[in-house]
Design a protein around this ligand. Structure first.
Ligand code: ZN
Ligand code: ZN
Length: 70
């Protein structure tokens, strides 16, 4: 069976790289299908890796107003 390797990002499933079809002897025959072989790469793409975690929210580490001696 022919197969085509498609590499995708494992986080967002975007297309990373699509290889050319590796044909067998039955390639082009009627009813013959090309098996798609998905290989995941272990990170997100450039677009989705930047917005990781959604909108930024300020951490509550600066609330030191109470308890101050005056
Ligand atoms: Zn084939
Ligand atoms: Zn993506």
């Amino acid at each position: 069976m022919c197969y085509k390797v498609v590499e995708r990002y494992s986080v967002c499933k975007c297309l990373y790289f699509e290889h050319s079809i590796d044909p067998c002897q039955a390639y082009g025959q009627r009813g013959h299908t090309v098996q798609e072989k998905t290989v995941l790469v272990g990170y997100a793409c450039d677009r989705h890796s930047r917005s990781s975690g959604g909108p930024r929210r300020s951490d509550s580490g600066y609330s030191s107003e109470k308890g101050s001696c005056r």
